[in-house]
Design a binder for this molecule. Structure first.
Ligand SMILES: Cc1cc2nc3c(=O)[nH]c(=O)nc-3n(C[C@H](O)[C@H](O)[C@H](O)COP(=O)(O)OP(=O)(O)OC[C@H]3O[C@@H](n4cnc5c(N)ncnc54)[C@H](O)[C@@H]3O)c2cc1C
Length: 380
């Protein structure tokens, strides 16, 4: 067993850290306030290879492993979780899905552009009546010979108003339940495809979340991903990897808040000494450090499982469940350590606290992670 990072991993982590602390930090408060999508930064992240981290270089990707992906996600999320969710969705839900399940023609046409950041992708599973219960898909895709006719509504779609390529999950045969579901590639601007207004959110406000409407959209047959009826398996497998990315995002949010709290506690004085010398504050820091390190081990283990070709359904669920809990609890503590300054935007911790909440909700709520974990341990 080896807990140390390779020289290459350290280089990748440091490059992401440098980018986050110079480029992402600039304007992060304003982007959050105004709900500005960081289009210029997305372009720069594409140039750095962060949008196709694990994609084979023959499709324009960086050809790195999942450990590199979580290292990058942690560093970006310490500063700007709105930017990191764009990276996570593009890598885990869109690029991975296309590379693992797409045809050569689909990879050539879409993956090569998504992996370089020329295109941004979105993943559309959730519906007004199908969130946790993803099998209750109402969006339908009727086989019309050389195309499918797509109708329905998807909500909460990250990158919804900014994407070029949308992977849309739809019911093709409602009598077959989860075996009657398929995944399709829908392009921006296809006739009958409408993007609804942007959501006004509590956190990750710089990310772009929309409801999407599909009214008789003709999706060419060659845009179906995988075998007929394989869409639900595609979605679940893709989300399993996505959870590693979101776990790393939660870890980064927690670690970012901890680093700010530690620094502040060494500078701020009360009762004649730096507040870190008060045991109540020192113990908070000890708890944060310990829990964050434990979360990091779970995140790394899930990433390692994926890289080794092991099943990562449970390790990714555990990593997301735990890291998101740590993120929520310890961003609250980071605000507390900052006192009144924690309550204002300039000190960043209030934003991290708001951003932390989403990591317990998307790509499977914490309750759903517990269902995944418990089902697996009971059946063993
Ligand atoms: C900012 C944001 C971005 C998102 N991005 C995307 C995206 O890009 N693509 C996409 O497809 N979706 C996206 N989502 C949707 C997200 O994945 C869903 O919100 C999430 O899966 C929960 O579904 P729901 O909101 O319908 O809640 P519900 O499923 O209605 O759940 C409500 C509550 O009930 C609990 N619950 C439900 N079923 C059970 C059960 N069996 N046992 C115990 N508790 C249960 C849940 O845990 C939750 O606490 C996003 C959501 C948000 C807020």
């Amino acid at each position: 067993m080896d807990f140390s990072l390779s020289e290459e991993h350290i280089m990748i982590r440091d490059a992401a850290r440098d980018f986050a602390q110079t480029e992402l930090l600039l304007g992060v408060i304003e982007r959050d306030e105004k709900q500005h999508f960081p289009a210029e930064l997305v372009k720069k992240m594409g140039d750095l290879g962060f949008l196709g981290i694990m994609v084979d270089p023959k499709y324009g990707g960086s050809g790195m492993d999942t450990i590199s992906y979580v290292l990058i996600m942690e560093e970006l999320s310490k500063i700007d979780a709105s930017a990191s969710v764009i990276v996570s969705v593009n890598n885990s839900l869109v690029c991975y899905g296309l590379e693992a399940f797409g045809t050569e023609a689909q990879k050539e046409k879409y993956l090569t552009k998504l992996a370089t950041g020329e295109f941004v992708g979105a993943f559309c599973l959730s519906e007004p009546e199908a969130g946790s219960d993803a099998t209750s898909q109402k969006t339908s895709a009727i086989d019309k010979g050389d195309y499918y006719l797509l109708n329905g509504t998807k909500n909460w779609i990250t990158n919804g108003g900014r994407a070029d390529v949308y992977i849309v999950i739809a019911q093709t045969d409602k009598h077959k339940g989860s075996h009657g579901i398929n995944a399709f590639i829908v392009e921006k601007g296809m006739e009958g495809f409408h993007v609804g207004p942007k959501e006004n959110k509590l956190g990750i406000r710089g990310s772009d979340t929309h409801t999407l409407q599909f009214n008789d959209v003709k999706v060419p047959k060659e845009n179906r991903i995988g075998d007929d009826g394989a869409g639900f398996r595609f979605a679940m497998k893709t989300l399993s990897g996505g959870r590693i990315g979101i776990a790393a995002q939660a870890l980064g949010i927690a670690a970012g808040a901890y680093e700010l709290a530690l620094k502040y506690s060494k500078e701020r004085k009360a009762f004649g000494t730096e507040i870190c010398n008060h045991q109540a504050i020192a113990f908070k820091l000890a708890d944060m450090y310990t829990d964050i390190e434990a979360a990091r081990h779970l995140v790394m283990k899930a990433a390692w499982d994926k890289d080794q070709g092991n099943n990562y359904d449970v390790s990714s669920a555990m990593a997301k469940l735990y890291a998101s809990k740590v993120a929520m609890e310890h961003t609250v503590e980071a605000v507390q350590i900052h006192g009144g300054n924690g309550f204002v935007k300039d000190y960043h911790v209030e934003r991290l606290m708001r951003d932390a909440k989403i990591t317990q909700i998307y790509e499977g709520t914490s309750e759903i992670q517990k269902i995944v974990i418990s089902r697996n341990i009971i059946k063993e």
